[in-house]
Ligand binder design. Structure first.
Ligand SMILES: Cc1cc2nc3c(=O)[nH]c(=O)nc-3n(C[C@H](O)[C@H](O)[C@H](O)COP(=O)(O)OP(=O)(O)OC[C@H]3O[C@@H](n4cnc5c(N)ncnc54)[C@H](O)[C@@H]3O)c2cc1C
Length: 379
């Protein structure tokens, strides 16, 4: 029987709206008022900016105060991330640690892990990567082959991770590995280890250049890489549950529909105050799509705020959002009058080069659609 997905309408509370002007002012003061190039969270890395955010209390905003977190709501976090992305601020360094590694440790980590890692993340001084995908395991994540064998005092890891964003610059990578199990289930025997990317022997990180010419992601090779026992997250064999618990955080935020936002802004500037009827209709449709996606994403923030795990709703936000952000540069190319200003062209060209990845990173279209169909009871 088909089930409905419910996105309750949510109005942002006054505390969240108050934060908006604070973030805008901070961005203007810190980055200057010049227009940022693009809003793609994965395309930037600026540890100094991350530290400045940390000093304002804008990393780990929703985490408990006992670890130095802000104890604030997911709505406030939503507004803060939305404003930073809209401004094209360089948020890439701390993004993964703030979005999902910290919440994972809060849920499954040991007290010692929380006390060690969370304050550093919150200060904007400790950055994390995600080590899930492998050369033959992307969509079918349960087929990962990297192994962790128990040895005296820890684990020996062997295998290869692929497309690990930022692993050449970050401090740690939460790595999905196969640990010994009696069970024949593909989901059993998966575990997560925190790998020190800077101080491990038997570890090689090789940057891979993306379409835009940037070193963004990596191949990470483990050859008898020792990981101490206290770097296991949660119980051995519980990795599948843990990895899937990250998805609500990973897939629902404004970074899933705002990656091309600067193109939209510059396009509006290009078209100016007297659009043709065709331009007005196209721009209006884009704005309406964006506002709908925004309402859905805020609604998911509300679900996270009430401790729900909105994996299917997040998949829907990502799927619709990624399609939208891929369309923006295509539409801009057709609608813009003439060649456009240098800034418009630069923003557009940069986004065109990054856009193919929007519907691949964090789960492909086909996989998300399968999840949504299952969530609706259609599969
Ligand atoms: C910019 C970028 C950053 C990334 N960062 C990270 C990262 O930090 N950490 C990390 O672990 N991974 C990362 N990835 C990897 C990403 O998660 C995978 O690329 C993605 O999950 C797809 O896996 P794959 O590349 O192995 O493709 P495949 O899984 O081989 O898929 C190839 C094609 O087949 C389709 N397909 C596969 N299975 C099915 C099916 N059952 N039904 C229908 N169609 C199917 C897919 O939709 C896709 O179109 C990143 C990727 C990109 C592009």
């Amino acid at each position: 029987m088909a089930t409905a997905l419910t996105f309750d309408p949510v109005t942002l509370p006054p505390a969240a709206e108050a934060l908006r002007s604070e973030v805008r002012q901070f961005v203007a003061e810190t980055l200057g008022n010049e227009h940022r190039r693009n809003s793609d969270f994965g395309a930037s890395h600026d540890p100094e900016f991350s530290r400045a955010l940390g000093q304002r209390g804008w990393i780990g905003m929703t985490w408990p105060t006992k670890y130095g977190g802000g104890g604030r709501s997911f709505f406030e976090r939503y507004v803060m991330t939305e404003e930073l992305l809209a401004a094209g601020a360089p948020v890439g360094a701390h993004w993964i640690a703030d979005r999902q590694s910290g919440p994972l440790l809060l849920r499954y980590g040991t007290e010692a892990q929380r006390e060690f890692f969370l304050p550093k993340i919150i200060a904007g001084e400790c950055f994390f990567s995600i080590g899930m995908s492998e050369p033959d395991s992307g969509s079918d994540l349960a087929s990962v082959r990297t192994t962790a064998t128990p040895v005296e005092g820890g684990w020996l890891v062997n295998g290869t991770k692929l497309w690990s964003s930022g692993a050449h610059r970050n401090h740690y990578m939460i790595t999905l590995v196969r640990t010994p199990t009696e069970s024949e289930s593909r989901h059993a025997g998966l575990s997560q280890l925190i790998v020190d990317l800077r101080n491990s022997s038997g570890l090689t990180v090789r940057p891979i250049t993306n379409l835009a010419g940037d070193a963004e992601f990596n191949e990470v090779v483990f050859e008898d890489c020792f990981v101490p026992a206290d770097r296991l997250v949660g119980e051995p064999g519980n990795g599948w549950e843990q990895v899937t618990s990250e998805l609500g955080y990973e897939r629902s935020g404004p970074e899933r529909f705002l990656s091309a936002f600067r193109v939209f802004v510059e396009l509006l500037r290009e078209v100016g105050p007297k659009p043709t009827d065709h331009q007005a209709a196209v721009l209006g449709r884009m704005a309406a799509h964006m506002m709908t996606l925004r309402n859905m994403s805020i609604s998911v923030a509300g679900m996270l705020e009430s401790n729900r795990n909105p994996v299917v709703e997040a998949a829907l936000v990502k799927e619709l959002g990624n399609n939208f952000e891929r369309e923006v540069p295509e539409i801009a190319r057709l609608v813009a009058p003439g060649g456009g200003s240098a800034l418009f062209r630069q923003t557009l060209e940069d986004t065109i080069l990054h856009a193919p990845s929007f519907t691949i990173r964090g789960g492909t279209r086909e996989i998300l659609r399968g999840m949504i169909a299952r969530g609706l009871g259609l599969r």
